[in-house]
Design a protein around this ligand. Structure first.
Ligand SMILES: Cc1cc2nc3c(=O)[nH]c(=O)nc-3n(C[C@H](O)[C@H](O)[C@H](O)COP(=O)(O)OP(=O)(O)OC[C@H]3O[C@@H](n4cnc5c(N)ncnc54)[C@H](O)[C@@H]3O)c2cc1C
Length: 486
């Protein structure tokens, strides 16, 4: 059973306790008329739920480390419900966070949670409204996989896809959205034409480069601080139906990163990533993963594709698959991880953006000090993209022409609190070392941050970030889980 189906059954199976009002005296929601202190909540198209099981699910995410229990969960029936809820929350000093779905947030440290506030289950608004020649208009709760399934019959795809496509459009646009096509197209936030946003002031605003540009610049990769994205116009590009995936291994990490940088400059592939895995004798072996799209009957020329690359002789291989199967390539692995219970374990991830020139030596030093016990056999992924293609100011990355994403996608095995604490401490130390060479966090991961750390993370744009908060969420209603303004 997929998590989505399981969740639907869970929500249907749980007896809905709907909120009817907010008790100002007790600062809690009320399911009945109660005292004179109870203020009626606005009429909603959806429901505000306070069942213990729903609240417990909203106090969890893919990290399974941080648990903050909300007062209620809004299952919106319309965009207007979000406007009404944020307006009401603002009036009564209640904080609000959007999440991909109850119990389905893919954050790893409570980013989509809110203690004693309201979680908005964005998966309830998941309609694809339009698919046009070059764009699609979708609700923020649509998952990339759903959009892709709708656009591929027309030969179109969003330009950059995350490795795992069951993430929500609103969720990845709030953080950036990185994938193996980013070297050619930029991040997902660079491939959006227009957004509809409910600001922290409760206003429903359309923004684009030409309309409300301040909000447009703030909300893309804005970590949910300025508005809740309710609808997005996503750019689409033509894609070929087949994909040839090339892999090759390297004993020398620097040779692989040099080849990756060569490949993103000469553009011979449509997708470039890389990874490290155990070499069986306590060290790491490195792998290039690259892909070329093609039409049936016109496959790429393997000799030309691999020319000049410095992988270990005899280690290259190719696999042909459909574009959809390639985009959804993690699905079988994830189904297996769910089945054996690993998906449900704590995931203290570390995700960094490193400056191109320093990245190879930095990653080598980190990997030299990392064991399989430190990763729980979780994937280690790294690949470069071009800084010049990035346009969302708050997607913070180093200011070098090439930037590497470096991800230690840890699973805590054993799943003891001590081991989780140890891995988070490792994350913190590596983050500090990365920061010293100009690195930034990709803030979907598990690194404890103080307000001063956030200033360093957003530097030199922290004044603009704070000003945007003042303009669009002056009462700090939205997304406290990142702990930027506490
Ligand atoms: C298995 C796995 C693979 C992943 N692969 C990739 C990858 O290849 N590339 C990549 O870039 N990321 C990847 N991620 C990370 C992912 O992008 C983040 O977890 C991201 O937060 C999206 O997840 P989500 O849709 O579940 O959003 P959530 O975790 O629910 O939300 C993320 C943040 O955005 C806020 N938010 C959510 N929806 C909205 C909205 N509509 N408006 C405003 N704020 C909102 C939340 O409050 C929270 O702060 C992966 C995560 C997992 C678990």
């Amino acid at each position: 059973m997929t998590t989505t189906v399981a969740r639907r059954r869970f929500l249907q199976g749980s007896l809905a306790i709907a909120v009817v009002g907010f008790d100002r005296g007790r600062e809690s929601w009320a399911s009945g008329p109660g005292s004179a202190n109870v203020v009626a909540i606005p009429q909603l198209d959806g429901q505000l739920l306070m069942n213990p099981a729903v609240l417990a699910a909203a106090a969890d995410d893919y990290g399974h480390i941080v648990h903050r229990t909300p007062l209620a969960v809004l299952v919106p029936g319309s965009m207007k419900d979000i406007v009404k809820l944020v307006t009401f929350a603002r009036l009564h000093g209640i904080q609000v966070a959007a999440a991909r779905g109850v119990g389905e947030s893919h954050s790893t440290a409570g980013q989509a949670q809110v203690a004693a506030g309201v979680v908005i289950d964005m998966s309830a608004l998941a309609t694809i409204h339009e698919i046009n020649g070059n764009d699609a208009l979708v609700d923020a709760g649509v998952r990339w996989i759903d959009l892709l399934e709708a656009t591929l019959p027309r030969g179109k795809s969003p330009p950059t896809l995350t490795d795992y496509i069951e993430l929500s459009v609103g969720g990845t646009l709030s953080v950036g959205g990185v994938g193996g096509q980013a070297f050619r197209h930029g991040l997902q936030v660079d491939n959006i034409l227009e957004l509809q946003v409910v600001t922290g002031s409760g206003a429903l605003v359309t923004c684009s480069p030409w309309q409300n540009p301040l909000l447009w610049n703030a909300v893309r990769a804005g970590l949910g601080q300025f508005g809740i994205i309710v609808r997005a116009r996503v750019r689409l590009v033509p894609v070929k139906p087949r994909v040839r995936v090339y892999s090759a291994t390297y004993t020398d990490l620097a040779a692989l990163t040099a080849d990756q940088e060569l490949l993103i400059e000469d553009g011979r592939f449509d997708y470039v990533e890389g990874s490290a895995s155990a070499d069986g004798s306590g060290g790491w072996i490195y792998a290039l993963e690259a892909a070329s799209y093609f039409n049936p009957g016109s496959p790429p020329n393997n000799t030309a594709k691999l020319a000049g690359l410095r992988f270990d002789p005899g280690t290259s291989a190719t696999v042909d698959q459909s574009y959809f199967d390639f985009a959804n390539r993690l699905a079988p692995t994830i189904a297996f991880l769910e089945q054996i219970g690993v998906w449900q374990l704590p995931h203290p991830w570390l995700n960094l953006f490193l400056p191109g020139p320093e990245a190879p030596a930095f990653m080598q030093a980190v990997l030299d000090a990392t064991t399989l016990d430190d990763t729980g056999q979780g994937p280690i992924v790294f690949y470069p993209f071009k800084r010049a293609l990035l346009g969302a100011p708050f997607a913070r990355v180093p200011d070098t022409p090439h930037v590497f994403i470096f991800s230690l996608l840890r699973t805590a095995i054993p799943a003891t609190p001590e081991h989780v604490t140890d891995l988070i401490a490792q994350n913190r130390q590596i983050y500090e070392e990365a920061r010293a060479i100009g690195g930034k966090r990709y803030p979907i991961d598990s690194v404890p941050m103080s307000p001063a750390d956030w200033e360093a993370q957003i530097h030199p744009l922290f004044p603009q970030f704070s000003l945007a908060k003042l303009l669009f969420d002056p009462l700090h209603v939205l997304t406290p889980g990142q702990k930027i303004f506490t």
